[in-house]
Every structure is written in C-alpha cells, then in structure tokens.
Design a protein around this ligand. Structure first.
Ligand SMILES: Cc1cc2nc3c(=O)[nH]c(=O)nc-3n(C[C@H](O)[C@H](O)[C@H](O)COP(=O)(O)O)c2cc1C
Length: 225
C-alpha cells in the first residue's frame, strides 16, 4: 500500500513535550559576543542527549547566485570563526571559490533551538586541514582519501574499490595527506539565536558585527518571530 505523505504529515507535531523541553530564554541576560552563547547552547544540547548536535546545514551559492545546501560537521568555533572541512574540488568547494560567503544552520529539537550563522568564508592554511584530519578517525581519513566528491560515479563497485584502497592506505599510513581536503572558516557577520516557545512567542536574538571596528563589537536586536 502506498504511503500517504499528507496523512503522515497531519500526525506530526514539533516540540512534543515527551521529547522537547523549551527552556525560557531572557535576551536581556545574554553575553555581548555570540560565541559564548553558542558554546552554552551547544553544551546544553549535548547534555540533553541531542543526537548529532555537531552537524549543521551549510548553504552556499554558485557563481550565478543559485543556492544549494547540505549537511556537514562542525569542526570548531572560536574567534577565527566556525569551521568545517570538505574537498575544495566538491560542488560546495567550487561554490566557495566563486562566492566565498555561506550560511550555517543548527537545529536542536531537544530544546526547540535554532542557530543561524552567516558570513564570509576563508580557507585555513593547508597544514591546519591536515592536522585537523589527523586527529579524526581512520574512517574520516579514508573518506577524504577516496576523493572525487560530487563527481558522477559510474557504479557502486567503482566506489567500493576506491574506498577499499583508501581504507587500507589510511590504516597503513595515518599521516597520508588528502590533497583536496580543505578546512574552511566562516567568520560571522550575523549570528541569530531562536528559542522556540509553546505559545509561539519564539525569541529571536540577532547579533550583528559592527563593521570597521578593529576590536570585536556586536549589536544585538530582537526580531519578530
Ligand atoms: C551527518 C552528515 C555529515 C556530513 N559531514 C560532511 C562533512 O563534514 N564534510 C563533507 O564534505 N561532507 C559531509 N557530508 C556529506 C555532505 O552532506 C554532501 O553530501 C557532500 O559533502 C557533497 O556535497 P556537495 O556536492 O554539495 O559538495 C555529511 C553528510 C551527513 C549526512
């Protein structure tokens, strides 16, 4: 029997009380900089058992301005920016070369929280990408060594062969360099925190970096939900 998508959709809700606890959020008592608040919400998502809180949607646009988005892993967030890694030769890598600007979205349903980060993207030094890869798993290195990301694949057997070789090489030599593997840093212009509310009075707090100031200065404003 065919699945009735619309019937299924009608049965679903967001923020069911059995799985979601909506914390109160007072924007008045937030830090001047978005990074400590991001770190706090991230730690709270981890503590509450949120699955894969370190995955995020990365949105880029191609040279004609057409958007695209996919999930990647967060590798870090510090004053230099939010970092992620991928192949420079992949579709998103080509987008970032043409238009070095991106948006990241995190969603942590366990607390009804969303965070949106936007800004220019730069390429970290090559050694930083290799060091970052080295501290990850053999599987991460094998995946990076498999390469060809976003190219058309002839068959699943072709992937199996390339992957097998990459796993062997990753296990034999954990310091092998993955040529196109690149660490990117998004230095935000804006960071928005969304706290869901059961009465739909969601709190949206947007941080905007003050342009031209040498030191870190952010403006905070509330947005209608
Ligand atoms: C949970 C999850 C984590 C992922 N993490 C990464 C990642 O960190 N880097 C990456 O290049 N691709 C990652 N991917 C695969 C990407 O979503 C995407 O399929 C791939 O990077 C090709 O994207 P592109 O063709 O737009 O370049 C991940 C996928 C999932 C589902």
């Amino acid at each position: 029997m065919a699945t009735d998508l619309h019937e299924l959709l009608r049965t679903l809700r967001v923020w069911a009380p059995e799985v979601t606890e909506l914390p109160s959020f007072d924007p008045e008592s937030t830090p001047d900089d978005p990074l400590p608040l991001f770190t706090e919400w991230f730690a709270e998502a981890v503590a509450a058992g949120q699955t894969e809180p370190h995955t995020m949607t990365l949105a880029t646009s191609d040279e004609d301005g057409m958007p695209d988005a996919r999930i990647v892993m967060l590798h870090g967030a510090d004053p230099d920016g939010w970092s992620f890694a991928t192949h420079a030769t992949s579709r998103k890598g080509r987008h970032l070369a043409a238009r070095p600007y991106a948006a990241l979205t995190f969603y942590w349903p366990v607390h009804g929280r969303q965070i949106r980060v936007r800004g220019p993207v730069t390429v970290a030094p090559a050694e930083a990408a290799q060091t970052d890869l080295r501290v990850r798993s053999t599987g991460a290195l094998a995946a990076a060594l498999t390469g060809h990301q976003s190219e058309v694949l002839g068959s699943v057997e072709e992937l199996a062969r390339a992957s097998e070789e990459a796993w062997e090489q990753a296990a034999r030599n954990p310091t092998t360099e993955a040529a196109s593997w690149t660490l990117y840093r998004l230095r935000p212009d804006t960071v928005e925190f969304f706290q869901g509310d059961a009465r739909r009075r969601h709190v949206r707090l947007a941080y905007r970096r003050e342009p031209g100031t040498g030191t870190e200065r952010w403006t905070k404003e509330l947005l209608w939900p």
